[in-house]
Design a binder for this molecule. Structure first.
Ligand code: MAN
Ligand code: CA
Length: 231
């Protein structure tokens, strides 16, 4: 009997080792072909089934992996998009915040990171300082020629209180101090000033010529407030 004999033991087909072992050995194995004669090389049907099963499993694995990969890549893409949207919103918010830092309220002029208010009305030095404080500001502190220049361009022809006053001890002005307690470094005195005329000129004005003069604090003039915008 040339053909491989298969028996059925309830577990499926198997190759009868006594009959077929010799013929399935060499040289290279190939699939069994029933009904052919002569020496044949063959794979057992079980081997073919196992190979088919393995191939099917492999294909299934590849499909599952592809689906998983597609899902991961999809989720990565959406995460990337979320991140991009978040960045755009963040930069918009930061930009708006920066812009609001430069914004001054109506009637206030921006310069050098501060907001300035030039009054039309007139008040004593103390009243003017109180009015500035009520707006979260103080009488202007002129720190440098650039700030003085800005005030000159906007003071028009007014005579305005500055946030500068004399420190009087034993009837004499000892030194001048800004309302933010900073020392007087830059100054723009009119010629002959400060003269503390009659010993009552404790507060400092910017004249219509833009030069400074000390004058009695209880006189009423325009004033200039300054504040840092809140960010
Ligand atoms: C007036 C006042 C003084 C000022 C003198 C200058 O008297 O404005 O403050 O010093 O003029 O002549
Ligand atoms: Ca004076």
């Amino acid at each position: 009997m040339d053909d491989v004999v298969y028996g059925n033991m309830g577990r499926g087909l198997w190759e009868d080792p006594t009959v077929s072992r010799q013929k399935c050995r060499s040289p290279a194995p190939g699939p069994c072909a029933e009904g052919t004669s002569g020496p044949r090389q063959c794979w057992g049907r079980r081997t073919v089934l196992v190979a088919l099963g393995l191939s099917a499993t492999a294909v299934l694995c590849v499909i599952i992996l592809s689906v998983l990969l597609a899902r991961v890549s999809q989720s990565l893409t959406s995460t990337r998009k979320d991140l991009k949207d978040f960045r755009a919103e963040l930069s918009l918010a930061t930009g708006l915040q920066n812009r609001s830092c430069q914004l001054c309220s109506t009637w206030w002029l921006p310069a050098q990171g501060s907001c300035y208010f030039f009054s039309q009305a007139q008040a004593t030095w103390a009243e003017a300082q109180l009015l500035c404080l009520a707006s979260g500001a103080h009488l202007v502190v002129v720190g440098d020629p650039e700030e003085q220049n800005f005030l000159e361009r906007n003071n028009e022809n007014r005579t305005s209180w500055l946030g500068l006053r004399g420190i009087r001890q034993l009837g004499k002005i000892q030194r001048y101090l800004w309302v933010d307690d900073s020392q007087l470094i830059f100054s723009y005195w009119n010629q002959g000033e400060p003269n503390d005329e009659k010993g009552v000129e404790d507060c400092v004005l910017m004249l219509s010529t833009n030069l400074w003069n000390d004058a009695p604090c209880d006189k009423s003039y325009s004033w200039i407030c300054e504040k840092k915008p809140k960010c």
